[in-house]
Design a binder for this molecule. Structure first.
Ligand SMILES: [Zn+2]
Ligand SMILES: [Zn+2]
Ligand SMILES: [Zn+2]
Length: 245
């Protein structure tokens, strides 16, 4: 399978509107600190699944030259993870969407003018999609119901934490163990304590404790140094980064 980090920014995105910090200045100049909001594209043998539909989805699909996906999986009902779904409007009429029931209710209420094909999923119950096995597992992003996603392609396993702090349920940690790749929420560098998210130190520590082979940090804020400098210290993802497993 191939994963593309369509957007590696937090809800604000980089540049943050009006900000003149070093990362935002790099982003404004078109540098690699520029980050769209969160979406991951998962591809396998011609099939495509989108994990979350970023408010920046239109530009992300244009950049990847994609006009059709097989399904969308929503991790939670925060604006930066679903609001771009309307960008499918008149591009693709019938889209299969997967989420936990409460998440689905909230998002489809917001999208009342669209009629995607609803599939309510249950945490820890695997389902097949586009030739891949998906398992949604609970994470901890208070107070919002949020799931991470485990994707299996044969013996290869990729984990997307979505937005979470370190207090992830044991049953989920068991699923995440020894993954080949983890895309981990790390909204800030070390030294910040954000209740709803991990910082870089926490995300890297989690990956290490779980025996994960490779970790890429995502959902990144402008509080990091500019991308090239930050890379010396942390394995940051960048927009349109592709990883093949
Ligand atoms: Zn988010
Ligand atoms: Zn800034
Ligand atoms: Zn969130």
């Amino acid at each position: 399978m191939r994963l593309t980090l369509l957007g590696t920014g937090d809800a604000i995105g980089t540049p943050k509107i009006g900000c003149k910090c070093p990362a935002c200045m790099d982003a404004l100049a078109g540098g690699p600190s520029r980050r769209m909001r969160f979406s991951v594209l998962v591809e396998s043998e011609g099939s495509r699944v989108l994990i979350d539909s970023s408010p920046d989805l239109r530009w992300q699909l244009l950049k990847k030259d994609i006009s059709k996906v097989d399904a969308v999986v929503w991790t939670h009902a925060h604006y930066d993870h679903y609001a771009g779904f309307g960008d499918f409007y008149r591009v693709q009429s019938h889209v299969d969407v997967y989420a936990l029931k409460n998440t689905m209710d909230y998002i489809l209420n917001y999208l009342y003018f669209l009629k995607p094909l609803r599939h309510d999923a249950t945490a820890y119950e695997p389902f097949e999609l586009a030739g891949l096995e998906f398992t949604l597992f609970k994470v901890n992003h208070p107070p919002t119901e949020t799931i991470g996603v485990l994707i299996k392609d044969g013996h290869k396993r990729a984990v997307i934490t979505s937005d979470t702090n370190l207090q992830i349920p044991e049953e989920s940690l068991d699923l995440m163990k020894n993954a080949d790749l983890m895309l981990a929420d790390a909204i800030t560098p070390p030294g910040y304590n954000i209740n709803k998210h991990m910082n870089a130190e926490e995300a890297i520590g989690l990956a290490r404790n779980l025996g994960v082979r490779d970790v890429k940090l995502t959902h990144l804020s402008h509080l990091y140094p500019p991308h090239q400098a930050a890379l010396k210290n942390w394995p940051l993802g960048h927009d349109m980064m592709e990883i093949v497993l």
